[in-house]
Ligand binder design. Structure first.
Ligand SMILES: Cc1cc2nc3c(=O)[nH]c(=O)nc-3n(C[C@H](O)[C@H](O)[C@H](O)COP(=O)(O)OP(=O)(O)OC[C@H]3O[C@@H](n4cnc5c(N)ncnc54)[C@H](O)[C@@H]3O)c2cc1C
Length: 504
């Protein structure tokens, strides 16, 4: 085996939104000890999309891997904690359910917890599944505590993420990346030059400055300046499965206690989010323009917010789907340039870091081997399709028939991959095992249970149990969670004591 031949010496990142700065910080951190230059070009005149405030637990791992102090990050980004998502009015109006991070229950004597719960339910036990989720029990009581501080209690298996101000998070990561030597250039990219084989050679700014590199990362947002406008890879639209194509957003003053969870409330033509931060609340209505106009959606949003608006409502159009190829020649796309799945499960920022992780695993030399590109593209597509199917599950299992939008959802066509998952769940109460999937069985069980999709039966091996013994273990676990949750501070008390946001 030889040492690395012809290594990449310079990466150019086009775009300084969350995607661009996450890429600059992560790649900059990994290569900090070797001679690899990173230059990021962005335009203040164009600006960033300015949404993307709810995250999922892998964000905490990214911050850890960067060596970022979590409490400092929370203070600087006005963040609050998130233990999961509360879905309201999705199954029928008035019904709600919780999708927690982390696992629900612990396996009992090697038996899958969900099967134990199904067995108990079949025996007449009315305890909800979420009574066994630390995140759900804490959320219901508006409490929070850091799991690693709760060793040897049932809270230690809880997972959490953050609600954060995306503009401040971008600023934080920019600062981090610049300290590592990432060079930022201000300006609008007007021209892209290609080599004879179609690879990207350089980008030229409006000022005339030319920036060349060995490898380019397109983080230019929806337009995909390099991956689409230059390399013309094409976009695979999933509108036929996820038809919501616009959002109207507004920020409001905070009212009442800060929930340690996101609220997703179904509306007549889509759903509305509520994301509480320390200094304000983010609200948005994701809707489909076939079923509501911008004016109607804005009116619905303004009628449903609690605090006083601190900005004018803003409309953001989008198309759910992904680029046909995320990596083409010497260009990788990330963030909105790579694809977009509506923010129902807050997966976009996670997809940025997960695909950077794939890229790092398959990091090329200047001679880019096509097999790396193909494997990377296969994995990215598998991740997007997994998330797509999980989101569709939230819609297609509705029992609502009160508006045209929900009648459409109830009768929608679904991908074969999802149909197989639902059929398998109904037959076995389990899931077809996947590899490197983001949404683990607990997530699927939470949505199946919340949307009242039941398996025909539990796994027959559960009948080998003495039921009373099983019931005692389940009851003890449930009570243990209630007892320990009671002792924890409220989410607001926790924020105030340990991570009160810095003044801005
Ligand atoms: C309605 C909505 C809600 C969302 N909610 C969430 C959420 O809750 N959680 C989550 O994880 N994600 C969410 N997202 C996604 C999230 O906002 C994005 O994934 C994230 O902000 C990354 O965006 P980006 O960096 O790819 O693009 P942008 O923020 O659009 O950044 C693009 C960058 O490219 C630069 N640029 C563009 N053209 C040029 C040019 N010609 N020359 C120079 N620079 C250029 C811009 O200046 C900017 O710096 C949401 C998205 C939408 C639309």
């Amino acid at each position: 085996m030889k040492t690395t031949q012809d290594p990449i010496k310079k990466i150019v990142i086009v775009g300084g939104g969350t995607a661009g700065w996450v890429a600059a910080a992560t790649i900059g951190n990994i290569f900090k000890n070797i001679d690899l230059k990173i230059e990021l070009v962005e335009s203040e005149d164009i600006g960033v999309i300015g949404v993307g405030e709810a995250t999922i637990p892998p964000l905490i791992s990214i911050l850890n891997s960067l060596g970022v102090d979590l409490i400092d990050f929370i203070k600087e980004t006005q963040a609050s904690f998130k233990l999961g998502i509360q879905f309201e009015d999705w199954h029928t109006k008035g019904e709600k359910y919780f999708h927690p991070f982390g696992t629900v229950g612990k396996s009992i004597d090697g038996y899958d917890f969900f099967q134990c719960w199904l067995k108990s339910k079949a025996e007449g036990d009315k305890t909800p599944l979420m009574a066994h989720s630390p995140e759900s029990v804490l959320s219901e009581k508006g409490k929070f505590f850091l799991p690693f501080e709760a060793k040897n209690t049932p809270l230690e298996r809880a997972f959490y993420a953050l609600h954060l101000d995306s503009a401040l998070a971008g600023k934080y990561l920019r600062n981090y990346a610049e300290k590592l030597g990432v060079v930022r250039s201000e300006g609008i990219v007007e021209n892209v030059s290609q080599t004879a084989d179609g690879s990207i050679e350089s980008v030229t700014l409006k000022s005339g400055q030319s920036i060349s590199g060995d490898f380019f990362i397109d983080c230019s947002g929806f337009k995909g300046l390099l991956i689409e406008k230059t390399l013309k890879t094409g976009y695979d639209s999933w509108e036929k499965f996820l038809p919501c194509n616009r959002a109207v957003t507004v920020q409001t003053k905070n009212v009442g206690p800060t929930n340690p969870y996101t609220i997703s409330k179904a509306q007549d033509a889509g759903w509305m989010w509520k994301i509480p931060l320390q200094h304000r609340t983010g609200n948005g209505y994701v809707f489909c323009d076939k079923y509501a106009s911008d004016e109607e959606a804005t009116k619905t949003l303004l009628e449903n917010i609690q605090g006083e608006p601190i900005m004018e409502p803003r409309i953001i159009p989008f198309t759910t789907g992904m680029r046909n190829k995320s990596w083409v020649k010497n260009c990788l796309s990330l963030g909105l340039a790579q694809g977009f799945i509506e923010p129902l499960e807050s997966t976009a920022i996670h997809l940025v870091s997960k695909t950077i992780a794939y890229f790092i695993r398959m990091f090329p030399t200047k001679k880019i081997d096509q097999i790396l590109i193909d494997e990377y593209n296969r994995r990215v597509r598998a991740d997007y399709e997994e998330i797509r199917d999980f989101l569709i599950l939230h819609y297609c299992t509705t029992e609502r028939e009160d508006t045209e939008f929900w009648r459409w959802c109830k009768n929608m066509e679904i991908p074969e991959t999802l149909q197989k998952k639902i059929d398998f769940f109904k037959a076995s109460g389990g899931l077809i095992p996947g590899t490197e999937e983001l949404f683990q069985p607990t997530s699927w069980y939470a949505v199946f249970d919340g949307m009242k999709v039941e398996p025909d039966s539990y796994n027959p091996t559960m009948d080998t149990w003495d039921y009373q013994k099983l019931k005692d273990i389940l009851d003890k676990g449930k009570q243990g969670l209630i007892d320990v949750a009671k002792q924890q501070p409220s989410h607001d008390e926790f924020l105030k004591k340990y991570c009160q946001a810095n003044k801005i």
